[in-house]
Design a protein around this ligand. Structure first.
Ligand SMILES: [Zn+2]
Length: 697
């Protein structure tokens, strides 16, 4: 800095001397030069300081700008198959919700000083989410048999368990309470009994502003108010004499008998008569209200249970038992019918395994439903052979093609009552994050928003014969030998979640029938209990990356089915245990249900349908091979060699095998684990002629 100022003063000095020398005296010349020198030193010092300050400031601004630029850079979007919208990382995390809700609101809710519906409205406005209440069909609640009304809360398209009550207001309050607990406090009270005040008949008159019973209106007062608003004269009379059951009170409307109540004292009798009158009034109001349109998932569920209980008449022992149900529903235009249904929740005991293709290894409901559905396909194949151009047949043969296709106005929908074991079942208890309203709208249109929140989300797993689920740690395929398979303490099969994943790539028709028909995929999956879109979409399809989709030979692809939530009517949701190892199956076109024992993989003695002396099920591999060969013979298939083993027919299905190999390889690439293969021996049979040919029909 010093040298710089010296240089500047020197330059100025020289210029001034040249300019001023001729006109100034030596003294004034000296003073002038001194003055100029000082000024130039100060100016140059200041300018240096300014320049260095500017340089530093520019450097700081640049650094800040660079940091901001870095922060504004969007994170590389997570690759989610079947979804091109905002990646889930950018969505608000569910776990943050609690922090955003004001603590005073939570306190008021817990202290019961504010109506739960009001709490929920405030929560919705704080979170800027959409909230609505819906009157729904009452699912009878054994803990609250007096309930007449049911209301469900919907937050951003997600529905919460219904709240019930003797009045609409009470049902709304209870629904809000449940939704607030789940959505805001993350407490699931589905197994909790309703609060004692809810059980008390007086709660039918609870006011919206408080829950203090002293503030609640007496049923008679409420009745008088209601009747007055309807312009109907009403009075309550009590008999003076006590009858054999107690005192009797009657409600008269327009001087005509309306309801009555009997109790040990006159006051209680009047109250009971009033409650009965309120119930009757509410029922009348409810019956006049337009019924709400059922969702697709609920229609499927109701139809499945209606059909199931009709066929369970053939085997009443299972009626009241706890059972896991799965079914396939066919939708033809707007006509819905169940074409395959099954129950079951176990797999074979290892010692019962045979290699003649005559025992069923996995009897979980979904697996049996899929096998039953394949049986339905073979019934339809027979119809196609008999009447190839019939409009009622589900198949058609496109011109210049070799394999049959399903008619375009027909779709198939899978129903499963219980959370599928494996990736879904392991994680569904921790709900995936709440999605924004726009995302739920997209989901309603068929988009998938899978939850990837933990490292283990998406991993393949096995289910043992004892029902234990275990993640597969090995990231390589495992080909088990027969000895390994049967000598293990418990036999292990791939979990239902993983099988659903496989069917969403390879179809549900299986390798053998891919010789005859194009892959068939489920159009939707409806889950009857504990639905969570984030977990279900991940478990059944979105664990796979779209690279696989691009590699698969046509017409194979990753199928992303519509996912539906539904509720199983509580009178069908039995908890009585026993007969747990039994499995039933029925396909459209069959008169009787077949009952098998999952532990032996064969038919039981009492089964309404019994087709052979070896007690082999109509769903076993040998039966599949038999039907396949029958079809080839009857349809004069020229490109299929007869007399091969079951395994050879499977491996001959070139396109299917290519897709399958890519799928297994992809599971390893996606690091979700290596598929565990059953021993080849279970497919290595062909001697079906020694069995009666009618055995499987
Ligand atoms: Zn998906």
């Amino acid at each position: 800095m010093f040298f710089f100022s010296l240089l500047v003063s020197r330059v100025v000095n020289v210029i001034c001397r040249l300019l001023l020398f001729p006109i100034l005296s030596p003294l004034s010349h000296f003073i002038f030069l001194l003055f100029i020198g000082l000024i130039s030193t100060v100016v140059s010092s200041c300018s240096f300081i300014c320049i260095s300050a500017m340089f530093q400031a520019t450097q700081q601004v640049y650094q800040k700008y660079a940091i901001r630029q870095q922060q504004q850079q969007p994170l590389p979007p997570r690759y989610i198959p079947g979804m091109n919208n905002a990646p889930p990382d950018m969505l608000p995390a569910r776990s943050n919700n609690l922090g955003k809700v004001s603590s005073s609101l939570i306190k008021e809710f817990r202290a019961n000083t504010k109506n739960p519906a009001q709490c929920l409205h405030e929560y919705a406005s704080q979170m800027k989410i959409q909230l609505s209440f819906h009157d729904v069909e009452l699912i009878p609640d054994p803990n609250y048999s007096l309930a007449i009304f049911a209301v469900q809360v919907e937050i951003n398209g997600k529905r919460f368990p219904q709240g019930v009550g003797m009045t609409k207001k009470e049902a709304k309050k209870n629904a809000a309470k449940k939704a607030f607990k789940i959505a805001v406090l993350h407490e699931d009270d589905s197994n909790e009994l309703p609060a004692s005040q809810d059980l008390h008949p007086q709660s039918c008159c609870s006011s919206s502003s408080g829950s203090n019973s002293q503030q609640e209106k007496h049923p008679i007062m409420r009745l008088y108010e209601l009747m007055a608003s309807m312009g109907k004269p009403c009075e309550v009379i009590v008999a003076d004499e006590r009858g054999p059951m107690g005192f009797k009170a009657c409600v008269l409307v327009n001087n005509e008998y309306f309801t009555e109540g009997i109790a040990g004292n006159k006051k209680e009798a009047k109250k009971l008569a009033g409650i009965e009158a309120l119930k009757k009034l509410n029922l009348t109001i409810a019956s006049n209200a337009a019924p709400e349109e059922k969702s697709m998932g609920q229609k499927i569920t109701d139809l499945v249970y209606q059909q199931l209980y009709m066929y369970l008449e053939q085997f009443p022992d299972l009626r009241n038992k706890e059972k896991s149900v799965a079914a396939v529903v066919q939708l033809t235009n707007n006509d819905m019918q169940v074409v395959a249904m099954a129950t079951g929740n176990q797999c074979l005991t290892s010692s019962m395994l045979t290699t003649d293709g005559r025992c069923i290894i996995d009897s979980h409901a979904s697996v049996i439903a899929r096998r039953t559905f394949r049986r339905y396909l073979t019934i339809e194949l027979q119809n196609f052979i008999n009447q190839p151009n019939s409009a009622t047949c589900i198949f058609y043969l496109p011109p210049n093609e070799k394999t049959l296709k399903i008619r375009t106005n027909i779709s198939f929908h899978l129903f499963i009552s219980d959370p599928p074991a494996g990736d879904y079942e392991i994680f569904h208890k921790e709900p995936s994050r709440l999605l924004a309203h726009e995302d739920n709208e997209l989901i309603a249109m068929g988009a998938h928003k899978p939850a990837f929140e933990l490292e283990d989300h998406g991993a393949l797993s096995t289910t043992s014969e004892k029902g234990d689920t275990e993640h597969i740690i090995e990231n390589e395929e495992i080909q088990e030998s027969l000895t390994e398979f049967t000598s293990a303490k418990t036999l292990k099969v791939m979990s239902v979640s993983d099988k659903l994943l496989k069917w969403n790539v390879l179809g549900i028709q299986g390798a053998i029938f891919s010789h005859i028909i194009n892959p068939v995929y489920f159009h939707s999956i409806t889950l009857g209990k504990n639905f969570d879109h984030g977990h279900l979409s991940r478990a059944v399809c979105c664990r796979l990356y779209e690279e696989l989709d691009a590699k698969l030979p046509e017409p194979y692809h990753i199928n992303h089915p519509q996912l539906n939530e539904a509720f199983i009517p509580s009178f069908h949701d039995h908890k009585e245990s026993g007969l747990g190892n039994l499995s039933i199956n029925w396909a459209k076109g069959q008169e009787f249900i077949e009952v098998t024992n999952a532990s032996t993989g064969r038919i039981i003695e009492e089964s309404p349908s019994k087709t052979g002396s070896s007690m082999a099920s109509r769903l076993c591999k040998a039966a599949v091979l038999y039907r396949f060969r029958q079809h080839c013979l009857e349809s004069h298939c020229k490109n299929i060699t007869l007399g091969l083993t079951y395994g050879q027919y499977k491996s001959d299905a070139a396109s299917y095998q290519a897709a399958k190999t890519l799928f297994y390889k992809h599971c390893i690439e996606a690091q979700i684990g290596g598929w565990r293969h059953k021993p080849h021996d279970v497919d290595n049979f062909k001697e079906i002629n020694k069995y009666s040919t009618i055995e499987f029909y």
